[in-house]
Write a new protein. Structure first.
Length: 74
């Protein structure tokens, strides 16, 4: 029975993360240059298109690392 409060906190945390990700997806198209940074790989040949947002992924990773370090710093 002692695990129930921990499971509840975990579910609330997952819910908050899901809401934050949803808000990011809503406002992401309005942020300029995200997905079109230098370093993003975009290849189009005929009816084949390959897109790999390498620079965008690195930028988002750095931003999330800084934010999470500020939140979870002890």
């Amino acid at each position: 029975m002692n695990e129930l409060p921990q499971i509840g906190k975990f579910l609330i945390f997952i819910g908050l993360i899901t809401v934050i990700i949803g808000v990011i997806f809503i406002f992401l198209p309005k942020i300029p240059h995200i997905g079109r940074l230098p370093g993003d790989i975009y290849i189009k040949k005929g009816n084949f298109t390959f897109y790999f947002p390498l620079a965008t992924s690195i930028l988002i990773s750095i931003i999330l690392t800084i934010i999470l370090n500020l939140i979870f710093r002890k």
